[in-house]
Design a binder for this molecule. Structure first.
Ligand SMILES: [Fe+2]
Ligand SMILES: [Fe+2]
Length: 191
């Protein structure tokens, strides 16, 4: 599927504000993929579709999580997490994207996971630092993405996310802790 076709499909699913965010994620993911040697076309496609399911009704997402036997723990955590795995499922079903690497980058763009691939890290980080993002700490992560390497920047983004959730007394999905532990433990290796 080419870029224009993919963007057209996504535009119908999300708000204008989210579409502008998506364009920012696409631009950033392409840049990171080029810089760090990930597949640029896959990064572009995953970024285009990453928030595909963002505005699906919660009930529909919960039903898909149950029926498709996704991680049942998702249902006891914030519904903000649901659009990522549900999105991967719907992007395959409704938009016909079959590439497992692209689908995994969509699936894990919010929580991360143990053993994140280069492509998954690119999309995760692009979602965090795209130009439309404005929150404390984002500039530091942008600078790290420029200068310190992909993995260092992803670690900082995960740390910020954990801090942010803890400050708000929000629970933290275990995959997010797993991502942090895994990346910090394997810091020297290139994922
Ligand atoms: Fe998202
Ligand atoms: Fe996003």
């Amino acid at each position: 599927m080419d870029r224009e076709q993919a963007l057209k499909i996504v535009k119908e699913q999300i708000t204008d504000h989210r579409y502008v965010h998506t364009l920012g994620v696409v631009e950033t993911a392409v840049w990171l993929a080029e810089k760090y040697g990930a597949d640029v076309k896959k990064a572009e496609l995953a970024a285009i579709f990453h928030d595909y399911a963002k505005f699906r009704p919660k009930q529909e997402m919960a039903k898909i999580i149950k029926e498709q036997q996704m991680d049942p723990r998702l249902l006891s955590f914030h519904s903000e997490l649901w659009h990522a795995p549900v999105g991967a499922y719907l992007v395959r079903k409704e938009a016909g994207i079959e590439d497992e690497e692209v689908l995994d980058a969509i699936r894990f763009h919010t929580s991360g996971r143990t053993g994140m691939t280069l492509l998954e890290q690119v999309v995760y980080l692009a979602d965090y630092i795209e130009p439309g993002r404005h929150f404390p700490g984002v500039d530091e992560v942008r600078q790290m993405a420029e200068e310190d390497g992909l993995q260092a920047a992803v670690i900082q983004a995960v740390k910020n996310t954990i801090h942010f959730l803890m400050k708000k007394n929000q629970p933290i999905f275990p995959d997010t802790f797993d991502t942090y532990n895994d990346l910090v433990t394997n810091k020297e290796e290139q994922h």
